[in-house]
Design a binder for this molecule. Structure first.
Ligand SMILES: [Zn+2]
Length: 417
């Protein structure tokens, strides 16, 4: 079989060539796809198979090359298998007879191993390896433990040949380091994420006027619908619009709606106006420190209570509320930072584009929220881009990529805590 080769650009213009040998196998553990995602701090490897597999994961450090091996007996990667390009902390990987060897560019630990059973009889089974960056000391310690464990296992299994080696691994869970065993066969039902998209203005409030004709309220409504369409392609997302026609909704009602839907993320869409016609580009707002001081007042006034278990003492619930608020603020900022590079791929950005506003719709104490100004209606180029279906779809796709990345990060963060 021909080797498969990747050439991929790395940051800094460096080119990396990863050579992958595909070894023919007969029967055995079939692999039909290998997915890799993440930003290095958190990386997820997903391997799918039509049947349940025996597998194990070890960390390796050989001649300064850090690595990770996914072991499975009689591995048979299908000729038409989907093989993702290396990503996150993974810089290359090699398919071998009884393992997949991943080369990594930083020390990482297995934060979670999941075996997700097939939703249908014909599959696929999913094997998820969540990795999070750790210190080199921690990595080295774990890889030493793993190599000793492997040596012990292969010695014990020598007379029976390689197949028994893996059988030995599979039947000796007590030899597995706790960190690796934890979470195996932990079945998770993927939860739904509730995303609320809020088209600004509406009804009696037209918002900004476009230089090529049209009003902000209509342009952002179309953009919001394009985003909802894009998001609804992912079954994991439940999407709500605060309005889907030309009506005005009070700011506090937008927040209340989002909280009642149990929003995980609130995205308000607007389009900007400036005195100078040359000003163009998108920008993203999160709550400012000044705006933050209004959260308490607004929450009291509109009854946006943070759900804390009843019976919690006043001091403790004060601390919990504070934590929720702080986490919400930090999640909003994380999402904003994910949005910027994606929006930059769909159009220009304003300088200093992550601004901190104290906009009322961002005041919910427990829903991460951003306000996106998708461009300037006072700029001809922006106005044209936002008035075209293609331009709106590009913006929607950019926002969706940021949302995907945001929830991926959240999942990995939860997994490694
Ligand atoms: Zn607006």
């Amino acid at each position: 079989m021909l080797p498969r080769t990747w050439i991929l650009g790395l940051r800094g213009g460096l080119l990396l060539v990863a050579l992958v040998l595909v070894l023919p196998g007969s029967g055995g553990a079939q692999v039909e796809s290998i997915g890799i995602a993440g930003d290095g701090q958190y990386t997820r490897i997903t391997i799918t198979s039509p049947q349940q597999l025996e597998s194990d994961v070890v960390l390796t450090a050989e001649e300064e090359q850090l690595g990770l091996e996914w072991l499975s007996p009689a591995l048979n990667v299908r000729a038409d298998a989907y093989l993702a390009a290396p990503a996150g902390g993974v810089v290359a990987y090699t398919l071998l007879e009884d393992r997949i060897r991943f080369e990594i560019d930083r020390p990482m630990m297995v934060a979670r191993l999941l075996e997700v059973p097939a939703p249908q009889p014909e599959g696929p089974w999913r094997y998820v390896i969540d990795l999070s960056e750790v210190s080199l000391v921690r990595f080295t310690r774990q890889s030493q433990l793993d190599s000793r464990r492997l040596a012990r296992l292969s010695r014990a299994a020598e007379p029976e040949g390689p197949a028994a080696t893996t059988a030995q691994i599979a039947t000796s869970p007590s030899l597995k380091p706790a960190a690796l065993s934890a979470g195996i066969a932990d079945v998770t039902t993927p939860r739904k994420y509730v995303i609320v998209v809020d088209p600004g203005h509406g009804g009696r409030d037209p918002g900004a006027l476009s230089v090529i004709g049209g009003q902000e309220k209509d342009i952002v409504l179309k953009a919001a619908k394009a985003l909802a369409t894009e998001l609804s392609k992912n079954a994991q997302y439940e999407v709500h619009l605060t309005r889907d026609d030309d009506r005005y909704i009070e700011h506090e009602d937008r927040v209340t709606l989002a909280r009642n839907w149990g929003a995980d993320l609130f995205i308000s869409l607007h389009a900007d106006a400036a005195g100078a016609a040359s000003v163009q580009g998108a920008s993203v707002y999160t709550i400012s420190t000044r705006g933050e001081s209004r959260i308490d007042g607004a929450a009291d006034k509109y009854g946006w209570e943070i759900p804390i278990e009843t019976g919690t003492s006043e001091t403790v619930s004060g601390i919990l509320q504070d934590l929720v608020r702080r986490e919400t603020k930090s999640n909003s900022a994380i999402f904003a930072e994910l949005l910027l590079p994606e929006l930059a791929r769909a159009g220009p950005l304003v300088r200093n584009s992550h601004r901190q506003g104290n906009l009322f719709v961002l005041l919910a104490p427990d829903v991460p929220a951003v306000l996106i100004e998708i461009g300037f209606l006072t700029n001809r180029q922006d106005a044209r881009r936002l008035s075209s279906g293609g331009g709106r779809r590009r913006a929607a796709a950019a926002i969706k990529r940021a949302i995907d990345a945001y929830f991926d990060q959240q999942e990995l963060r939860l997994a490694s805590n």
